[in-house]
Design a protein around this ligand. Structure first.
Ligand SMILES: *Cc1c(COP(=O)(O)O)cnc(C)c1O
Length: 221
């Protein structure tokens, strides 16, 4: 039986193996351990192994799990990686260290207001609808420069660009396109890559990879 600490060491070794020929520094890739659906007793072993950056996709679930974990591990960082409804913006600003799915003007407005109220600036990744999929969130590519201008004007710190490429197609071209969009818009951060494709994402410049299953095993399993 593999435990979480062993899986963590494996994923980190894979990142290091990819970084070397890609001439990248391991420290420039932040591994976000996606702990959504997993109870706190599955998360604690990773904290004990020294890991500090985690991802959740629901505000309410994170509210239930993280205040207690943070009492024990005050330097733990929690990122919101999923879709966010504008009416949850205040809770999200209070709870999270980083938000990965800023993708529309209405949410920008709600987040800017919540940040003013909380006196706290939470860095946000701007999600791009990289495969032009109707059912997916994300700013359309042709509206990206305009939307980034709006984010900057609102004083919301831009952590980078984020994408979820279409399922069941080779993801590399989408990662490369996100990297190009970041370069074109003077943005450094790239949140891309999950359990199945984080190695490709690191090769193509990911600064933040969001890995759940490879660390925790299957969800609901
Ligand atoms: C669940 C989730 C992940 C992690 O997926 P795995 O395949 O389990 O690594 C990454 N990003 C987002 C946005 C997710 O919702």
């Amino acid at each position: 039986m593999e435990n979480a600490a062993t899986r963590l060491a494996e994923v980190k070794a894979n990142i290091a193996r990819i970084c070397k020929p890609a001439r990248r520094e391991v420290d420039d890739v932040t591994l976000i351990a996606v702990s959504k659906t997993h109870p706190t007793d599955r998360i604690t072993p990773l904290l004990e192994a020294g890991h500090r950056v985690f991802g959740e996709n629901r505000v309410q679930e994170a509210q239930e799990k993280w205040p207690a974990l943070r009492e024990q591990y005050p330097d733990a960082e929690v990122h919101l990686i999923g879709q966010l409804q504008s009416n949850k913006a205040e809770d999200a600003v209070q709870l999270f260290d980083c938000i990965h799915a800023l993708d529309r003007p209405s949410l920008l407005k709600a987040l800017a207001k919540a940040m003013d109220k909380a006196g706290k600036r939470v860095p946000c990744f701007v999600q791009v609808n990289i495969g032009d999929e109707d059912q997916k969130g994300g700013c359309p590519i042709n509206q990206l420069p305009d939307f980034l201008g709006k984010v900057r004007d609102a004083g919301v710190p831009i952590a980078g660009l984020m994408c979820l490429p279409p399922a069941d197609i080779e993801p590399a071209p989408f990662f490369a396109l996100l990297a190009k969009l970041a370069r074109d818009n003077d943005i450094q951060g790239l949140s891309m890559g999950m359990s199945g494709d984080y190695e490709t994402a690191v090769q193509l410049g990911a600064t933040h990879i969001r890995v759940g299953t490879a660390l925790f095993g299957p969800r609901g399993g």
